[in-house]
Design a protein around this ligand. Sequence first.
Ligand SMILES: [Zn+2]
Length: 402
Amino acid sequence: MVNRRQWLYGVGLMAGAAAQPGIGFAKDNQAPQPSEHRGLDLSEFEPKSMLQVHESRVERARFPVLDFHTHITTSAKSEKGVDLAAERKYLGTPEELLAVMDRRNIRAMVNLTGGYEKSLGEVIGKYDRAFPGRFYTFAEPCYERWKEPNYPQLQAQAIEQAHRQGARGLKILKTLGLYLRENITSGELVKVDDPRFDPMWDACGQLKMPVAIHVSDPVAFFAPTDRYNERYEELNNHPDWSFYGGDFPSNAELLAARNRVFTRHPKTQFVVLHVGNFGENLANVAENLDRYSNMTVDIAARIGELGRQPRTARKFFEKYQDRILFGTDATPHGDEVPQQVFNDQLYQIYYRFLETDDEYFDYAPAKIPPQGRWRIYGVNLPETILRKVYFENAARQLGVTG
Ligand SMILES: [Zn+2]
């Protein structure tokens, strides 16, 4: 048995040399001494690319941007992955956000996690109403009341109330399918297509509130956290992100349940976040887009996936140019998740990916690529597609003009 620590030694620099005795490290035909040539711990490995290629700096997006996926506020209380309070934590003031937005040509941000009830109204007052056209807020389901026998009706009414308060859509976190249980934090997992949510989906359709839905997670999170896992370091840093084992459904089961919801609610618009939650398999995302006309996707926190398959990604943008929304998952002061920290640099990386044909650059403002050790390539989209992806497709979902 090799434990995790032991196998980390030997990954990277040592592995190749050790496998080929006599090459590289051997001096005077002597075998390398283990003490001289200790392997390097993967966490210490910070290779500097020797590749000399053109580097574009894209200070501002070529066209105004509507970032459909940000988290300006979050729940003040959660337990075992389930948010249990309407009260919000405020992560960034409008003033500090607007400074970055103005520098980077971001006309508006959608704050997906606005919560519900009175707290939702407060968020809308502080952002949407105080700075018209710059912020839009989405509501979230109230899982606290899940156990009440008339939950389906209560939740549908809560959507109507959120609409009256000024919420522009509904956000579903991965809580549904992976954390919410029959007794909220215990018992069987509640399925994504549980019929008790049907009135909520219908209410969103009737009120023309798009549903921004996150189901499942990167497919590597459903595989063992071992030497073969391409996101080993990330899962090692965040062991609670692994959905391998236990009573978790598979990625395929989660997506199948999600797709049944799309079929049952054809009048409801679903924006499936993170490239349809399957950026690793664009053929699958394309198949679903072809099948469900009420489905669109955003690209939030997945330029790492899109940019490592730039030719396939470019074709995907061309074919689905009317159904892909710009999003980042930006979280003010979210420094521990650099792929979604709200700052100038994050937006410049997204713009570089979309607007240039630069090669082999970092997909996140971080020393070590946080979602897997690879780099990305730009897709160099033409202006017509850029306009749609940056703004028009999201504006249509929100009923916003210009
Ligand atoms: Zn998000």
